[in-house]
Design a protein around this ligand. Sequence first.
Ligand code: PLP
Length: 382
Amino acid sequence: MQRGSWIEISASALAHNHTFLEQHLSPARIAWVVKGNAYGHGIEQIIPLAERQGADYFAVFTAREAERLLKVARAKPRVLIMGQIEDDELEWAVQNGVECYVFDTDRLQAALLAAHKVGKAAKLHLELETGMNRTGMDRKALRTALGYLEQQREQVELVGLCTHYAGAESVNNYLRVQKQYKLFRRYCVRLEEAGWPFEFRHGACSAAAMRYPKSRMDLVRVGILQYGFFPSQEVYIEYRQKHRENPNPLRRLISWKTRIMDVKQVKAGEFIGYGTSYLANDPMLVASLPVGYAQGYARGLSNVGRVLVRGQRVPVVGTVNMNMMMIDVSNVLGAQRGDEVVLIGSQGEQEISVSSFGEFSDLLNYELLTRLPEDIPRHVVD
Ligand SMILES: *Cc1c(COP(=O)(O)O)cnc(C)c1O
């Protein structure tokens, strides 16, 4: 029997999403974003499944994630590190043909030095500042960078010219994103004219790719969509309106499950769990589950969360503890120890979505997913 809780990842849902996204975003290529432990789904589980669908290009945030990814990859996929990378990791990346973002001239110099030491060209993507004001080179830094590159052309393979849009998932940011897009286009044209060829010009994440087809350019960095989630409710509604024939083209991969630990009768007038947040007005049947906030079930779901037992939706009662929580099974006929409980996912006709979680606890799908602890066992199912 399974102990504690476990996560199931649907292979057929990933296959379905990859097929849809490749068609929908074509002819742009896709780098599948698997940072944050593949958005909580598990790098070790997602990479082999994605490769089975033909995925051969992945993007991560750290060198450590790139290493984990390459360990489980069956073919030799392209890997892009979009974030932080230390000097010794740069050497590792160059050695292994792993591509990296460079977002300032110091990083570029470090990459050139690493290439020199290793005796291989560094595969680089120059990140440009277009208005997000996070990382990326402004015009002056870019001029300096091109100066360095001019002197050491043989140490580099320029793979990409890239940027990141500041909030394409909300129409509130429309003007800012358009301005970024125009500036990025201008940079791309200017560099091409100056004789700097790039394999990919890329700026779009899931939201930009869905909503602004022009932003797809040569390569799209797709994270959340491949796991079956729209980046925001707004992007989802907009998609539905434009594509009435296929209103939800994506399927969720993830289910999170546990089992009832114990069941007990509670008399009317008693409080349940710590403190006095839940009072039993009537006699109740309460089940305990071996999952709490230490396992990633938000404490904010105390008294408001819902789970599924025997195909029925039942409420969380009392506060979510560190390793346990209680649910009300008074109306679930035959509920007993060992029954499977769905925390996220479906059972019978019912579904607990990650976003319904989100509405309760005010967290984004992104945050909820990536907060699922790495030590919950993950199993691939069909
Ligand atoms: C996370 C990330 C993405 C993917 O974002 P999604 O919204 O999940 O598609 C793309 N680009 C960069 C730079 C990122 O950090």
